[in-house]
Design a protein around this ligand. Sequence first.
Ligand code: URA
Ligand code: ZN
Length: 362
Amino acid sequence: MTRDNVIVDVHTHIYLPEYLDMLRERSQVPRILPPLQEGQDERLVILPDEDKGVTTKHGRPVGPAYYDVREKLAFMEQHDIDISVVSLANPWLDFLPDTKETAHCARRLNEAMETYCQQGNAKRQLFGMATLPLSSIDASIAEVEYVATHLPHLRGVIMGTAGCQGRGLDDPALLPLYEVLARHQLVIFLHPHYGVNLPSSNHHNNGHAVALALGFPFETTYAVTQLILAGVLDKVPNLKILLAHAGGTLPFLAGRLDSCVAHDPAVANRLQHPPSHYLKMLYYDAVIYHSTGVKAAADLAGTDRLLFGTDHPFFPPLEKSKSSRWMSVDSNLEAIRHAGLDQEKVTDIMGRNALKLFGIIQ
Ligand code: URA
Ligand code: ZN
């Protein structure tokens, strides 16, 4: 690997063993259920009301790829990934109350993530994202200070769209948290979890497909729009935000957002710029699987703001195949390679942009 052909995966998850232990003790979603049959994997039930759905209540099998660092390193090797920036998978600590125990839990997870990252090696390096105790903004600020000064492998925080106790990302009380993140140049990796209440079909069993394909990106679209319309990026312009799944639908809907804002007296004069100006200040992962989506994000924000990711360990192949490569990874790669971009830009997206964004020195 040289700095020029480095491959960095900025969207890759783990459920740390400490987190899984906590989920095993819970009797409500999110929770871990025992295997359906002996010898099978435990099952993860995380989406709201997933345990009530006829087709989803048994959750998803959660095997070693979800928690074992050796599996992450093997996956990186199979796909020629040099560096992974690993984040805890959803729903983080969003569901815990504002207590000292929640703050302690975040600290334990962040220490564990630092230890996890130290198990990378010269060929396959690991960096991480911290998890915040978001039911308390003060505790989250204290955690950011700790991460920035004590946990050198952690280069950002992963956040859902709920904000503090469900009040959303435009909650004015979050401003000091955004400010401390910007001061330390830690990246917010904004990731969906809740979807947007899409009704399930009365006629067909679509499993999780629609919630993940549409509910997740719609959720991100709405949350980021709220953040922008609150003027957060006028107030904290150096905040670094990386959006999951190529920004949901924002690259496609940016013009409509500008126009609707410009024509509504309630919001037309609130911001210094049209919403799309702020969308160009954000970073986008390229986890979108079609070159149409890659082109839209590149057109809107520029190829220097687009970064390769895999969403590992989600979307594994459904059936064992001869190839050790995953279809979900290869379709992302194809999308980037066939978006009509110069090779130099592709190289930026595959890794060089991430080195810059996360301050990784090679
Ligand atoms: N499903 C999830 O719950 N999270 C992801 O990141 C991807 C798929
Ligand atoms: Zn993800």
